[in-house]
Design a protein. Structure first.
Length: 131
């Protein structure tokens, strides 16, 4: 994605900050609707950790003080979004009783977030390896 101005980049960044935070909030609410089984408690714990970390690390990447720091934080964001997708897929595959429409929506949302942050990582140059 190319930006025509610094303002467009800032607007996109702010939109993504809000989007990743809303994803975390939506995951928290979704997990609160899952059955109170040991498996669901464990999955919910892991999913909430990953979803909230996605937003927190995206936010940290926006405040990076160097290209190397940005690359590091955006890489963590990619990992956490991917883990969020994994736990949602586990819920889907295990046929846990839940709102299937919301599950599908969350899977779509995390897939889109993952594409965006993966592209951001790819487009930023990887820091040189330590010598």
């Amino acid at each position: 994605m190319s930006y025509h101005s610094k303002q467009e980049k800032e607007e996109f960044t702010e939109k993504m900050r809000k989007r990743t935070k809303q994803f975390a909030i939506d995951v928290i609410h979704f997990c609160d609707t899952l059955p109170p089984t040991q498996a669901c408690r464990t999955i919910s714990f892991q999913l909430i950790k990953a979803a909230t970390s996605t937003g927190a690390n995206y936010r940290a990447s926006c405040r990076a003080r160097s290209k190397a720091e940005f690359y590091s934080k955006i890489s963590i964001t990619v990992e956490e979004a991917d883990e969020s997708e994994y736990w949602l897929e586990v819920i889907e595959g295990s046929k846990i009783l839940c709102d299937r429409n919301e599950l599908k929506r969350l899977l779509t949302e995390v897939g889109e977030i993952l594409k965006i942050v993966s592209t951001a990582r790819k487009n930023s140059s990887a820091p040189p390896a330590p010598q």
